[in-house]
Each structure stands twice: as structure tokens, then as C-alpha cells.
Design a protein around this ligand. Structure first.
Ligand code: TRP
Length: 456
């Protein structure tokens, strides 16, 4: 057993695992998607529902995924096959693999934008911005260039592949350890600039004062999708990462730390974006380009803005990289474990598929009119991918995972795994009713309302 574990790769310590899982969780989901979705979903009302979903769905499902992963020591497909042999459950794993590649394909586009904006920061382009309109013009010109968009996407997929190539410990763990704290310091500096801009108080009110009349199931669905996306849940990332945890580590407390840390960074990103956004008279619901319009305009108004600009885009790029690594690791672990592929072949094939699909998202923000405004639905290809996979696939995955754990594998066996080597799972009495009933029920209710809204 020991030998097998070391062959497959294993985190060197509990803190190493927490950092790697936090590295997976913290990324564009927190810094790009959270403000984007909060902005179009009514601000503070969304934030309240988001926190609700982290607690009711996120934390219980994270504990579920980690325990399945550590118990089986497998990728999602292998894990479900092992716990429920010759049943349909392995297709839940397959859904996870497909979702991982699909999310990677558009995620790497946004990550490519971060790289592009890093170069702009180095070139001093943002120092000249004086109005919100200029900031918008820079973005539009940037996103319209098809070759540059494809190049940036390619660079990001290549970077991800290079790290995955080197395996679990050498690659993933080391990065997360050093850079996460620096990112937090830079974010806090930008938050201070944002909240001290004249006119920022309107933004604080938008972000912090919930208008309860704005709360509805539509926003709850947005909040659910965002919570799962941000915590890397619903497609087996945490099954795969859990498969590399040591038996003596307490995975329930690790899950708690990761949830708290990830949520704190998202909340911080909101404090960075919304006060500045309102101070500069921009609209909160402009969509995926939101942070790319707000951050540069803010840097132009900041002492040392040139250096903060370089720092912030570099570190967001690295945070995105520790997330894309976890997205690509799932399909890679699958073909390595189950199909006996070599790691390098797996990385090359899976990375290429993500790149090819990513091209459609890369060209859908102004470069190709057809993909930018898809006929009939009038939205971009990137938005369609994001909706299909972040909102729906992750929620369905989480629903089925909690039902699987609660009713097929059984909470007793899961708890036995969590408490494996003398660890105490303090909150098991609370976790059991959640994972069996409350968590899946909430997801079902949200989907039930969606069906009602669509068909009746
Ligand atoms: N959670 C990451 C972020 O916030 C993105 C991510 C990594 C992810 N792995 C995932 C999202 C698995 C959903 C599922 O940026």
C-alpha cells in the first residue's frame, strides 16, 4: 500500500494538501467570475445567497468528494466504478472528465486575457487611462484580435501542461506554497485604493446592503453555480486531489479551511472591484470584461500603480494556473489510471482537446461576430459554455455525488474513511443529514424552480 501510494504521488504533508486544494479553489472563479456574477445578479443579495450555498452545499460536498477520493485512491471514473462496480455510476465520473476539459477550454481564454493584461501593464498602457470609456476601448480592441486571442489561449494551455507533466508534488504543491500570500498582500493594497476613491460608498452599499426584494431562485441558481465553481466542486477535482491525501490527515478540517480561505478571497475581490466601479461611474452588469475594465482604470489612479499593475496580473495568472492544473489533472489522471496511457501522452492529448475547443470561446468576444452573438440566443459562445458547465453540469454533478455518498456508498463507510487513523470528525452528526437530504434537496428545489420558470 505504502509503495503504491508513493508511485501514484502523494502530498508531502497536510499543509501541502491544503495549499494545493486552496490553489485549485482560488483562481479566476474568485477574482474574475465572482465580481462578474455578483455585478449582474444584484450585488449584496447575491452575496448573501452565495454564502448560504457555500455552507449548505459547498462544504458538505467537499467532504464527500475528498473522502471518496482518499478511500478509492482513484480518478472520478475509477472511484465510482470501485465503489459501485458494474453500475451506471461511473458515468458520473465521465461527466466530470468532460466538464473538466470544457471548463478548462474557456477558463484558459480568460486566463490568457490576464497574461495579455500583464503585458499591457508592463508596457505602461494603463497609466494613460483617465475615463471609463478609455478603459473599455482598450478591452474591445484587445478582445477583437483573433490571432492574439488564440496565441494567449495557447500559451496558457501550454503552461498548464508543462506543470502537469512533472507530476503532483514537484509541480502543484510548490507553486501554491510561495505565491498565495503575495497575492493576498497585493489584493489588499488594491482594496485600500478602491475604497478610498471618491464616490466609492455607492459601491460599498451595492456590495454590502442586501435588497431582500431582489432575492429569488434565479439568483440562488447563480449563487449555487458560483459556489461550486469557486470551490472546484461537482466534477471530481476534489476526488482526484483527495486521492493524494495521506490517511492520517483530517480531511474534514482541511475542507473547512479551504472553504473559508476561498470565500475570503472572493469577498476581498468584491471589495476591490465594486467601490472602484461605482466611483468611476461604470455599470456593474457588463459581463466577463468587468474586472478588465475596472482594474486598469483603478491602477491609473494609484501611487505606484505601474508596479501594482504588473504584480496583480502576474499573481492572478499564477492563481489561475494552479486552478487550470487541477482542471487538467482530472482527465489526465483518468486516462493514466484507467487506460494505462503515459503521463506525457495524456497531457498532450487532453491539452490539445481543450485548446481546440477553447478557440471557439477565444474568438467569441468580438473577434468573430457569429460566435460573439450566437443566432437566436444572442449571447457569446463563451457565455454558453460557462452557463452549461459552471451552472448546470457542476450542480448536477454535486447533486448526484451527494446522493451517491448518502444512499449508495453510505455515510457510515465514508465516516469510517474520514476517521481512518484516529482522526475525529467532529461535525459528523451535522454532516450526515446534510449530505443525505438537505444538500441534494436544495439543489433539486433550485432546478425544480428552473423547470417551472422555463416551461410554465
Ligand atoms: N475553482 C477554480 C477557480 O475558482 C476553478 C476550478 C478549478 C474549477 N477546478 C475546478 C471549477 C473544478 C469547477 C470545477 O478559479
Amino acid at each position: 500500500m505504502e509503495l503504491k501510494e508513493t508511485q501514484r504521488g502523494i502530498w508531502s504533508s497536510k499543509i501541502g494538501f491544503i495549499l494545493a486544494a486552496a490553489g485549485s479553489a482560488v483562481g479566476l472563479g474568485n477574482i474574475w467570475r465572482f465580481p462578474t456574477v455578483a455585478g449582474r445578479s444584484g450585488g449584496a443579495a447575491f452575496v448573501v445567497l452565495y454564502l448560504f450555498c457555500v455552507v449548505i452545499v459547498g462544504l458538505p460536498v467537499m467532504i464527500a468528494e475528498l473522502s471518496i477520493g482518499r478511500h478509492t485512491r482513484k480518478n472520478p471514473v475509477g472511484a465510482f466504478e470501485k465503489l459501485a462496480p458494474h453500475s451506471g455510476w461511473k458515468y458520473l465520473g465521465v461527466l466530470g472528465i468532460v466538464t473538466g476539459i470544457a471548463i478548462l477550454s474557456f477558463y484558459a481564454v480568460i486566463a490568457g486575457w490576464i497574461i495579455g493584461y500583464f503585458f499591457k501593464a508592463v508596457g505602461g498602457e494603463f497609466q494613460r487611462i483617465s475615463t471609463a470609456a478609455e478603459s473599455e476601448m482598450i478591452f474591445t480592441g484587445f478582445a477583437r484580435n483573433p490571432f492574439y486571442q488564440m496565441l494567449l489561449l495557447g500559451i496558457f494551455i501550454l503552461l498548464t501542461s508543462l506543470v502537469i507533466w512533472r507530476g503532483v508534488k514537484g509541480g502543484i504543491e510548490k507553486w501554491s506554497k510561495i505565491l498565495m500570500p503575495i497575492l493576498i498582500v497585493i489584493l489588499i493594497s488594491l482594496v485600500i485604493r478602491s475604497v478610498t476613491l471618491p464616490g466609492s460608498s455607492k459601491g460599498l452599499a451595492f456590495y454590502l446592503k442586501p435588497d431582500f426584494s431582489k432575492m429569488n431562485f434565479k439568483i440562488l441558481l447563480e449563487a449555487l453555480g458560483q459556489a461550486l465553481f469557486s470551490l472546484s466542486l461537482g466534477m471530481g477535482t476534489m476526488i482526484t486531489y483527495g486521492s493524494y491525501i495521506q490517511k492520517r490527515d483530517n480531511l474534514s478540517t482541511s475542507a473547512l479551511y479551504v472553504c473559508i480561505f476561498d470565500t475570503a478571497i472572493a469577498i476581498l475581490a468584491g471589495f476591490m472591484i465594486f467601490p472602484a466601479l461605482f466611483a468611476m461611474g461604470m455599470k456593474p452588469d457588463i459581463g466577463p470584461s468587468l474586472i478588465f475594465q475596472v482594474i486598469p482604470a483603478m491602477l491609473a489612479r494609484m501611487p505606484g500603480g505601474y508596479f501594482f499593475g504588473i504584480g496583480v496580473f502576474l499573481l492572478i495568472a499564477i492563481a489561475a494556473l494552479t486552478s487550470t492544473i487541477s482542471l487538467l489533472e482530472v482527465p489526465v489522471a483518468y486516462v493514466v489510471d484507467e487506460k494505462g496511457w503515459s503521463r506525457s501522452k495524456a497531457v498532450t492529448v487532453m491539452g490539445s482537446i481543450a485548446f481546440i475547443f477553447g478557440i471557439f470561446s477565444a474568438l467569441s468576444n468580438g473577434a468573430l461576430e457569429f460566435l460573439t452573438k450566437l443566432p437566436a440566443i444572442n449571447t457569446s459562445f463563451l457565455n454558453v459554455m460557462d452557463t452549461a458547465f459552471s451552472k448546470f453540469s457542476l450542480a448536477i454533478g454535486s447533486l448526484l455525488e451527494s446522493l451517491f455518498l448518502g444512499w449508495i456508498w453510505g455515510t457510515a463507510k465514508a465516516i469510517e474513511e474520514i476517521e481512518g487513523e484516529g482522526v475525529i470528525f467532529k461535525y459528523k452528526k451535522v454532516w450526515i443529514p446534510f449530505i443525505k437530504v438537505i444538500t441534494p434537496l436544495l439543489i433539486l428545489i433550485i432546478f425544480g424552480d428552473l423547470l417551472r420558470r422555463t416551461f410554465f
